[in-house]
Each structure stands twice: as C-alpha cells, then as structure tokens.
Design a protein around this ligand. Structure first.
Ligand SMILES: Nc1ncnc2c1ncn2[C@@H]1O[C@H](COP(=O)(O)OP(=O)(O)OP(=O)(O)O)[C@@H](O)[C@H]1O
Length: 229
C-alpha cells in the first residue's frame, strides 16, 4: 500500500534532512501510528505519501504506483484514492455538514446518484445522521472532526492518512474518534496516523513506527507510544 525505499527529504540545501534514509512498508489493511518528537518527520512522511512534497532521494510507492513516475496532472487522480484528516478539521464554515461532505464528491465529478447514496452513508459511518443541516460552528470539536472524517471517507478511499486528528480534542472525545478510525480500518481501509496521543496509542496496541530526527528508530507490532515502557 505504501513503500518507502531509502527515502530522504531535505527541504533547504544545507539543512538537516527531515527524513533520512527511511525504509518503511505498510501493507493493505494495516493500522499504523507514526510517533516521535515534534520535528521528527511525521508530517513530512504523510506529505510525501500524498505527493504534496517530493523526496530528495529514494523511491516511494503508494497504491501500487511509483510516485516519481506519476505526472503532475495525474496527482489529483491518485489523491482521490486517499482520504486525509487534519488536526484543525478544515471545514467550510458557511456550508452545512451535508454540503461539506458532498462537496468532496462533487469536486471530483462523481455522478449525482453516487453522491445521493455515498453522503448519507458517510454521515451514518461517523454517527452524524440527523445533523446534516448544521453548520460547523453549531457542532462540538469532536463532531466537527467526525464531519472531516466523513468528508475523507465519502469517496471510499483505500488509504486514510491523518495528521494529529485528536490534537484539538479532549481525552474522552479523542477516544471516540479513535474508535471511529478503528472501525474504518476494520471495514477495510488502511489507516496511517501521526499522533502525540500517548494514552490512545498505548490503549490501541497497533503497529507503531517511531521517528527520531528523520530516522526510523522503532517499528513495533502491537506497540506502545514510548520505547521505554
Ligand atoms: N516546508 C518546510 N520547509 C522547511 N523545513 C521544513 C518544512 N516542513 C518541515 N520542515 C522541517 O523538517 C523537519 C521535520 O518536520 P515535520 O513537520 O515533518 O515533523 P513532525 O514530526 O510532523 O513534527 P510535529 O509533531 O511538530 O508536527 C523539521 O525540522 C521541520 O522544521
């Protein structure tokens, strides 16, 4: 699903690499936590996977494609097969819940009949049926993140990437959001999540990849947040 072969990324000539000789393979249906101190390279890994950035050296395969061979005009096509969830939700404030989710399908030209079934299905997945006509400011933080997850899932991606999705949420809300990611994963979507949420990582016992100064220092099945536990 994702393969990094000896990938390095240097943003500015002379700066230390944000990723430094990274080899990672993530299989279909896995749930992977990316952990590590601030600046260790987690977001860079996600941005390279999305092809928002290109590596300085090394090879990246995502969804069976070598990213260096995907021409720029085909990048949007590739991204349609991936969902992305951010820490700060990034919803459109002047649109309703339903419109926020539907828009993600409309902009890529999905037919009306698809949208009419996929949007309610996505809202049902995140347990927001009944709140279709609310606007983001009428929802709690956890509900807003659920809308963002519905938006990421509405085109039925094979891969869901998330950068600190619980970073703005309180602990009990975060648990609910993590259960949702777990359910999405069990239904067949590969999940890769960068997080600082140690309690949740310890509870969920999924694969943990730890980065330190751009290098993989730990790759553990059913792992915990900190290597010293
Ligand atoms: N666009 C950029 N231009 C220059 N340097 C960058 C850029 N993005 C990230 N960096 C640098 O690359 C390194 C890795 O950053 P990255 O954002 O990948 O870390 P992170 O582990 O996601 O951190 P955080 O947990 O704070 O989000 C850092 O030293 C950062 O300053």
């Amino acid at each position: 699903m994702i393969r990094f072969d000896n990938v390095s990324k240097v943003y500015k000539r002379g700066a230390r690499p944000a990723l430094d000789g990274v080899d990672i393979e993530i299989e279909k249906d896995e749930f992977v936590f990316l952990v590590g101190a601030s600046g260790s390279g987690k977001s860079t890994f996600l941005r390279l996977t999305l092809r928002e950035e290109r590596p300085t050296s090394g090879r990246i395969h995502v969804l069976g494609r070598n990213l260096s061979q995907v021409s720029s005009w085909k990048v949007p096509h590739l991204r349609r097969e991936m969902g992305f969830v951010f820490q700060d939700f990034r919803l459109l404030e002047n649109k309703t819940v339903l419109e926020n989710v539907a828009l993600a399908s409309q902009v890529i030209g999905k037919p009306r009949h698809y949208i009419l079934s996929a949007v309610p299905e996505a809202l049902d997945l995140v347990d927001l049926s009944g709140k279709e006509n609310r606007r983001p400011h009428e929802l709690s933080g956890g509900e807003q993140q659920r809308v963002a997850i519905a938006r990421a899932m509405v085109n039925r991606p094979k891969l869901l990437l998330a950068d600190e999705p619980t970073g703005n949420l309180d602990p009990s809300t975060s648990v609910g959001i993590m259960r949702l990611f777990d359910r999405i994963n069990r239904q067949g979507t590969t999940v890769v999540m960068a997080t600082h949420d140690d309690e949740i990582v310890d509870q969920m016992r999924k694969r943990v990849i730890e980065l330190k100064a751009g290098r993989v220092v730990r790759d553990q099945a059913r792992g915990v947040y900190g290597s010293d536990r």
